[in-house]
Design a protein around this ligand. Sequence first.
Ligand SMILES: Nc1ncnc2c1ncn2[C@@H]1O[C@H](COP(=O)(O)OP(=O)(O)OP(=O)(O)O)[C@@H](O)[C@H]1O
Length: 674
Amino acid sequence: MRSLLRLWPFVRPVRARLFTAAFVAVVASCIGVVIPLVLKWLVDGPVAAGDTGGVWWGGGCLLLLGLAEAGLFGLRRWLVARPTAGVEAAMREALYHRVQRLPVAFHDRWASGQLLSRATTDLQLLRLFLVFPLTFLLVNGATIVVGCAILLAQRWSLGLVLLAPVLPLTVMCSVFQAKYAQVARRAQDQLGDLTTVVEESVLGIRIIKGFGRHRSQARAFRELIRSVRATELRKARLLSVVWGANTLLPELAVGTALVLGAVQVADGRLSAGTLVAFLSTALALRWPVDSIGFLLAMSSAAATAADRCFEVLDAPLADDPAAPDRAADAGGGRTGGAPPAGGLVFEGVGFRYPDAPPDTPATLRGVDLHIRPGETMALVGATGSGKTTLTALVPRLYDPTAGRITLDGRDLATLSRDEARALVAVAFEEPTLFSATAAENVLMGAAGTPDADRAAGRSGRQDERDHPRAARDTEDGRDTGDGHGDRDVLADRTGLATARQADQEAALRRALEVAQADGFVAALPQGAATEVGEQGMSLSGGQRQRLALARAVVGRPRFLVLDDPLSALDVHTEALVEAALRNVLATTTALVVAHRPSTVLLADRVALLSDGRIAAVGTHRQLLRDSPEYAALMSGAAEPGDGGPAHGSGPDAGAGRGPARTTGTGPHEGESAR
Ligand SMILES: Nc1ncnc2c1ncn2[C@@H]1O[C@H](COP(=O)(O)OP(=O)(O)OP(=O)(O)O)[C@@H](O)[C@H]1O
């Protein structure tokens, strides 16, 4: 129950309305208990005396009390609707923000369905708790206390008979609560697993259909449904036991009290009115008592839901902005007083995934690499050598576990994640698009532009992995973000909005051109304003990759990290994109993961990553000559002439190596086709 108390910060802003609603409900409930007293007066007074006028008057009172009770319960419902929906919305927002800000390492560990079920089912359970159990446990408790007091006051001996079940019921309810909490936790976790499977099946529908796996998938799903069903049945069994006992024991007590009361009326020791009032009061307490089991079950489910939500809300964020001790640690590795080098520098960088088995070597070990300002460095290595891992360190998706990285001399550890992402733009091998328009998807990469923010907020699927915050280009004075400088002061709001829109349109056009995406985007039904569908599924793989590339370059980033961004392009498009990319790369410092010579040739130099270390750095030609490993990696592919077209024959074609793309026989052709 302590976890439910943690909801207080969310409930606090609406506490006045919730307390008012609870007070109204207590009053309404107490009216229900008072009605039997009027009944007693009616039976013992006007009815016994044959006073018709009095009977009408009493009947009118009962009607008014009934109406007041119904009206007050209606008012309570109205009072709680808005604030509880508000609490649910606030919690959902907090959860979403947290999920967005949590490090990638967290997302590596958590199944998406577990997060989804928390943001949907669990929050609904919490809202239901605020609407019903929170109020009614209080209201029913108050009603039972007032009702019992009235019963005891009317006839204490009969009252004690009615109170007899209280002790066994209390014991049973506490046992039930403990057991139900365990089962509720299991049910909600299983629902999270189920959500993950549904999500994966929907996202992977092409693979499932393509490989004819729908039957085995359905079988696996059925297994999960069975376990969810078994858990739900266990919940129902527990609930039925407590509900049954909560109904049976009070009924037995009321029956006993009825017999004893009737005997006392027959003996003349008790008035008929008192017995009627006594039994009416007892019956008025039936619902408050019966519903306790159900309310406790809802509270248990809500406590579990709160636990599950706070597991995410409490998950630690990575240090941001960089903690001073981290910065000091990182700086400790510097040698001498030499000023830090410009460009992108890796100094003794090591990295181990948090969930990697302790007995395995770190993924990256002692990586030293200097990419000079304006230089493009290709990163080549065998599969699993750590290329993607190394690129993920630059936008701070992960932090190095050893050594440090500097951007133009600034230690990455001393930059906040936002600062780092404003300097670095990324495009990954698997392009992620959002259900927004093509323009919105691209403009997400333009740091700070209102439309980009709107697009990100609107789509609500901004992802740490794929949210390149591109840099303002201060060198040539052109801003694509909020650096509108003087114009901000001079322009009126309309003018400013128009100017910004014009800037964005220009940036969008340029980025689409660079990524060779302008042609197919213009051919979409509504051009750049066309919705690209969930995950951009209405586009081809190559089109998605070009839009992701446009997003990476739209903000004219100072540092560009590309993880094999051309893998899904056909030979013709790849040549076009490469040609355009050359212009972009000429103005940035870039690290490009490359699997084939055509991509390598975009770079000034090449770094060979081998088993988590930089094994060699040099030009493509030097490495081909000096590094057997590099030559082996590039084998089966011809080296096209420097600066020449990236495909077809090159100097090394004479060495008998055909272009990887066209032959498709080299070891990396298979990879690039992933
Ligand atoms: N989230 C993760 N948790 C634990 N280990 C991981 C994680 N991601 C990658 N690894 C491991 O780190 C190693 C390097 O992976 P990485 O993706 O960086 O290789 P790569 O060189 O980019 O490979 P490829 O060329 O196939 O894309 C692999 O052994 C991989 O299994």
